[in-house]
Every structure is written in C-alpha cells, then in structure tokens.
Design a protein around this ligand. Structure first.
Ligand SMILES: [Zn+2]
Length: 769
C-alpha cells in the first residue's frame, strides 16, 4: 500500500482504523477456469448473425453508419439470449442512445441485473464487513463498461464495440466465455450518434461530450450518468482518436487531481495500463503513455467514473488517419485485453471499491484532504494541498433567487451525495466562506450541510472545493470548477466536528428556470463565422435559451444581417467566433447595417473573442482590448465585482467568471459595469500564474451607442453553459432594465448619439479583403 508523505503524521491513526486488511493481493482466478490465451482462435457458435449476414460487409470493411450500427445491434439482440439492449436517452436530432448488456443467459434479466447492482452496492458500502464484502465479491459479476465515439468524428471505437458485441454474444471459445461468464459487459457503441452522422467532434447542440461530465447538461452525458448509477461500474473504457501515429493509453500524465483515490489509480497504473502496454509490445504497435493526458478535471469520460463511482476510467487514443480496419482492430484488441484483465482480477477490483469507499469515509471523518503527488519522474510539484481540515461544507440559501442553489443540490443528490438541511441554526467557530477568511459564524436554519464523512467524500471535495490545488503548472483543460463558485452560491467550509440538528435531503428535482422573459423582446444569436468557435458559442447559447430559459431565439448568419433580418430583433448576442473573419463575412454592407440597427435602438451583446472584439473594431464600443498575458491559460474562476445596477439583480456585488486565456479590457469608469477587483480583493480558483493587468480592468462594459446599447463581456458568459452566475448576468443584460438609459443625463445621451453619428461605418483596415 502506498503511503503519502502528507499523511505521515496520521499514519498511526490510520493504521489503528485500518485493522481491516485492504484488498491488495494476487489476482483471483476467474471462476475456477484454467489458463486460457485471451487471443485463442475464436470459435463461433453461429447462433448470432454475422455483420456480413446483416449488413453485407464485415466490420472494418468500411466505417459503419449510425443506422448500420442500430440495425446490427438490434439483430444481435433479437438472435441472442446473452444480449439485451436499451436506450439511455435521445439526442437533439432524435437518435437513440443505445446500449447493450452482455452476460450469460438468465443473468441479464431485469431482476438479475438489479440483484447484481444491489450486491455491488453492498460490497461498496463501507459499513459492510471486509469478510462479508469479500464473500459477496467472490460470487458477484462486475459491470464493465466499453464506450466508443463520444467525439462524433472519432469513429472507430463504435465499430470495435459492435464487433465486441458480436464476439461476446456468439463465441464459444474459452477466452470469450471467460469474460462473458465472469462479468456483465455494458457496451455503449455510439455515445454521440448525432456527431457521428454530422462529422462533428461535438454534438448537435455544440457541446463537447468529453467536457460535460461534471454538470451533465446534455442528454448523451446525463443519460450515461443514470446508466452508471443503475449498473455501478467497475471499469469504464472511453475510446477516442487523435492525430498522432502512436496510440495513447494510461497511465495518465500529471496533473492528477488530488482526490483521485489510490485504489482507482493503482488499478489503472499497475494492472490495466501494463496490460495494454504488453499488448502493444506483442503486436509491435507503437504507443506512448504517462506523457499524454492528465487526470485532473472532473469533466471527462475517464475522470467522472473514477471520481464519482470509484471505477478505473481509461481514455484510449488511436491514430485517426489510419484505415478504419486498423483503428477498429486496435480498439477491439484493447477492449478485449482490458475486459480480460478486469475479469481475472475481478474480486480484487470489487474489493478495491470497498477499500476506496471505506477510505473516503475515514478521511472525511478526520477532515483530511488527499495530498498532491506528481507521477512523472521529471515533474515538479507546484504546490501541496494546504494542511487544513475540511469536515463540512455549507451552502446558504441567501443569495440570488435560489435557482442555482437548487440546481447544485440536484446535481449533488444525483451523484448520491448525502446532504442535510439544518433544522436549527448552528454555531461554527471556524467557517471559511468561499473567497473569504476564516471566522466564527452562525449558519442559519434552512442552510444545507454536506459532511465530508460519507462514501462520496472525493466527489464532495471535487464539487465543492474552494480551489483545486493543481499540483503542476500546466493542465489539459479547466483548472477551476467549484459548483458554488460557478453559481455564485454563498457557502464555505469548516474543519470542526459538528453534530447539527438536521434532516437528510431526499431527491432534489432539477428546478425550472425561475424568471419569465418580458414580452416583446426578440432575441437573435449571431453565428458570425463558419468556424468551430462561432458554432460552439451560438449553439450552446441557443441550447441555454431553448432548454433552460425557455425563451424563443433564432440564429442569424452574416447574410441574414446584410439582408435586414435585424429589423425584427431587439437584442443580438454574438458569442465566441473570430471577429476579423466576422467582419470579412459581413462586408461593408453588413457592418453598416449592424451599426445602423444599434444606433436606432438595437442592443448588441457580445462576449469573448467574438462580439467583445467586434464591437470596438467597428467603432461601437469604447472598450479597449490590450495585450497583457495573464498566465490564466486554462480556465480558472476569477472574481468580478459588479457596480450597482440592473446587471446585479439576483447576483449581488461579487460573481465568478470563467477566465480562459481571455482578453483584458480597459474602459472608462462610466462604461464599466463590472471589473476584476484590485489586488486587495482579487481572488481566483484554479491555476493562476500571473494576473498581468487584470486587477482593476473591466469585466463587463455596458454603454449607449446612439439610441441603442452595446454590452460586452471580457470572458464567456455562457462557458459550456455551466457558468450559472455569469449566465444570470447575461440574462439581466438581455432582459433587464437598461441602466445607462435610466441613469444617464440628457447630456450623456446626446454624447452617445453624437459618437454614434460620427463613427465611420466602413470596414476598418486591415480587415478589408
Ligand atoms: Zn476524443
């Protein structure tokens, strides 16, 4: 068992508590079977139709279409008692999210699967004795998940998953029986069928399905999550493709999030990763590992099963330019080896979850956070997790209108986090609020208490952390993601043991959006270029308006604007997407039309690289964009302060914005509606190496232009549709009162009209083609 340097002072205490032996030992023999070469010659029973029978071609002969995959999966289901299929959701374009469960005949009925899931929950339960857990593990078949094609244009995982379904359903040789008899294999061949058919990485709503795991906005990921709760996983394999000729598979690279549990990491690095390396050595296929992908943000197909379900999660990457036959074959062989490795060690695998959940409760009871470690020999530790105790989190129902709080409570309960509502106020001597200093306080009755001493301690810490304490100085994606900060929800932590009068919370339904849009405000979204950022920004905003806010909206392209479509619109929102190419596509006619519309009373709202840079470039905003590299390159949460006014409704003075290598804006105090506070109040969550000139600069600039209004956000107000705090500010900007028209003097309004009149409408150099 690995000891962690930070825990050395507590080793004695841990050893006293850990009298139960952790589940480390040699791999258990798989159901008493003799040795069997995993790549023994396949023998088919012939009861299941081959892909050639059904589709007229073998798998790997061509890349299967989504319809071919549905057709073949249905044919296998119809022919085989070892397979049953189901749907875990429906995509934006109406396609089924199909899964297939494979196991012995009689063991995949509803009742048998429910019984197996119950047995696994009993094994995982820290209250189950080690002996009882081990006895149950000996007779329980783990749920092993194989998933493909989460990125729509990374196809071969789906083709390989279909071949896996065929082989597991029909083969009678020892290698197939070994897997089928000892495990329930859950196959998700196409996690993003819309993207597969459209040729997109993203889904049809513009979301990257491998960044949505924390908040689960999309049906593909929300449905997958519920399937994981239904069949508690012991393995989750997520097959991707990338543009490098050597394959990648785990072990992962630094940084690894400190709350990734040791039993999970041990399974990935000591068993599953080496099994894949052996396969690649035998095949003489080229690969790399350890230096590729990190294991940090709780948003991916590998980290979410690991952090929330204590299941080893693996990302596989195969060269996208290889022929489909080769890509498919590499994925298939990797699936096969991973399943076999899990099956051969299945008792240990199940007991490692028992150990992980026991350890989580033990750490939570003591208020211990897991320490940071680096895993590559040449990595340098950037920072250690601070030596603080966290035994409790509190969320306070005092901010905003409560929507974000209810949504966060829903997300936590949907991850089986235990939450209590205080029946009486509670004195807490060491309360550390988000973005504040420790002090004694009284937590009011009605507040929510989330104790760390619970099986989901690691997920509690990952979701409610004030900081992620990134262990090295670079990451692959966002570095700050705290749910309370994303929603500007007041709360904080405490390290003292408390025993409040409190009632456990049952299920929390996902709340409906709490505000009604005023009548007569027609909103359009400007998808300004043909590039991916414009697509992503426009579609994600349209999804927010359709599915969360429930407000009608339309997407406009430059030809629509040139053609006069703005005449029917009150507010035009331009998200990300390059403004230089937007100006090129608008041309002089489009720029003139856009400015005419604002001058005559239209409201232009922009954010990030798109609308925020377009407005000053065409002379509609006084904001200046300066080059001040910040060293916040990977999505950290940074505090902003809002001026008094309508944008603050339901938010308050402080909000948190996702700053992801964004521009620094300068504007006059009169136009600045929100700013990054100066050094005394500057605060962040995530990796911030240099704040450049950010303190004191503008976060939102809101001003009149002619009879209209221009509002620009420096960062993305709808970052992946999970920055609920800045979403609310965006709502206020679109639907709230107009601050400067209410407070402005006649002189100021006259000045705005004069500025708009004198602004030149021609396309500025050097953006003229
Ligand atoms: Zn991918």
């Amino acid at each position: 068992m690995r000891h962690r340097s930070r825990l050395v002072p507590f080793v004695a205490a841990l050893a006293a508590l850990a009298t139960v032996a952790p589940a480390v030992g040699p791999a258990a023999p798989a159901l008493g079977q003799a040795a069997c070469d995993p790549f023994t010659a396949p023998v088919f029973g012939g009861t299941v139709p081959t892909p050639g029978d059904v589709l007229g071609a073998g798998i790997g002969d061509h890349q299967l279409s989504a319809d071919e995959i549905y057709t073949y999966v249905d044919a296998v289901d119809a022919a085989s008692g070892r397979v049953r299929t189901g749907s875990y959701g429906t995509t934006e374009q109406g396609r089924d999210l199909t899964y297939a469960v494979v196991g012995p005949v009689g063991d995949i009925t509803d009742q048998a699967l429910a019984d197996a899931a119950d047995a696994i929950r009993t094994i995982q339960d820290p209250g189950t004795s080690d002996d009882a857990a081990r006895a149950l593990a000996e007779t329980t078949r783990p749920f092993l998940f194989i998933a493909g094609n989460v990125h729509g244009n990374e196809e071969s995982g789906a083709d390989a998953a279909v071949k896996l379904l065929w082989h597991l359903a029909d083969r009678t040789d020892c290698a197939a029986r070994r897997i089928r008899d000892a495990a329930t294999v859950v196959i998700l061949p196409m996690q993003n069928p819309d993207g597969r058919e459209l040729g997109y990485r993203r889904n049809a709503n513009g979301f990257d399905m491998n960044r949505d795991g924390q908040v689960r906005t999309q049906p593909e990921i929300a449905g997958r999550w519920e399937l994981l709760r239904q069949f508690p996983p012991q393995l989750f394999v997520d097959a991707h493709e990338f543009g490098y000729y050597r394959s990648f598979f785990p072990p992962n690279d630094d940084p690894i999030y400190h709350e990734a549990s040791s039993p999970v990491l041990r399974w990935i690095s000591d068993r599953l990763g080496p099994a894949l390396a052996d396969l690649f050595e035998q095949r003489e296929w080229r690969y790399f590992n350890a230096g590729g992908y990190d294991f940090f943000a709780p948003i991916y197909g590998d980290t979410t099963p690991a952090f929330a379900f204590q299941a080893p999660g693996l990302t596989l990457e195969t060269y996208s330019d290889a022929p489909i036959r080769l890509r498919m074959r590499k994925n298939f062989d990797q699936f096969w080896v991973l399943l076999r490795t899990a099956v051969d060690g299945r008792v240990n695998l199940l007991m490692s979850q028992h150990e992980a959940y026991q350890e989580a409760v033990r750490q939570g009871r003591q208020g211990l956070l897991e320490p940071n470690r680096v895993f590559r020999p040449k990595s340098h530790l950037y920072q250690q997790v601070p030596d603080v105790r966290v035994r409790n989190y509190f969320l306070l129902p005092t901010g905003g209108d409560g929507w974000a709080l209810q949504h966060v409570l829903h997300l936590l309960r949907d991850a089986d986090v235990e939450i209590y509502r205080l029946d009486r106020s509670l004195r807490v001597p060491d309360f550390t609020p988000y973005g504040g200093r420790e002090h004694a306080t009284t937590i009011p009755e009605g507040a929510y208490w989330i104790p760390a001493a619970q099986p989901q301690k690691h997920w509690v810490q990952a979701m409610l952390n004030a900081d992620t304490y990134v262990p090295v100085r670079q990451t692959y994606d966002i570095t700050g993601w705290s749910l309370p900060l994303l929603g500007d929800i007041p709360g904080g932590s405490s390290g003292r043991a408390v025993t409040p009068d409190a009632t456990p919370l049952g299920g929390v339904p996902d709340p409906a959006w709490s505000l009604d849009a005023p009548a007569g405000v027609d909103v359009a979204i400007f998808e300004s270029t043909l590039g991916v950022y414009a697509f992503e920004g426009a579609r994600q905003l349209s999804w927010l308006m359709d599915d969360v806010w429930g407000v009608p909206n339309q997407i406009l392209a430059p030809p629509d604007i040139i053609g006069g479509a703005l005449d029917d619109v009150e507010v035009l929102v331009m998200p990300s997407g390059g403004s230089i190419s937007a100006i090129r596509r608008l041309g002089e006619d489009g720029v003139r039309e856009l400015k005419r519309w604002v001058r005559n009373g239209g409201h232009f709202v922009g954010y990030r690289y798109g609308g925020t840079t377009l407005a000053p470039r065409i002379g509609m905003s006084s904001a200046r964009i300066i080059d001040s590299p910040t060293g916040i390159d990977e999505g950290a949460l940074v505090r902003i302060e809002l001026e008094a006014g309508p944008l603050r409704a339901g938010v308050g003075r402080d909000a948190w914005t996702m700053f992801d290598d964004d521009d620094v804006l300068l504007a006059s105090p009169g136009a600045t509606t929100a700013s990054y506070p100066g050094p005394a109040r500057f605060d962040s969550s995530g990796l911030v190496l240099d704040i450049g000139r950010l303190p004191g600069s503008a976060a939102i600039v809101d001003e009149a232009f002619g009879d209209g209004r221009v509002t620009v956000f420096g960062a993305d107000a709808n970052y992946r549709s999970f920055t609920w705090g800045t979403q609310r500010i965006l709502w206020n900007a679109i639907f709230g009162p107009t601050p400067h028209l209410e407070r402005a003097t006649p002189h100021a309004l006259a000045a705005a009209r004069a500025a708009a009149r004198s602004s030149v409408d021609a396309i500025p150099e050097p953006w003229r083609d």
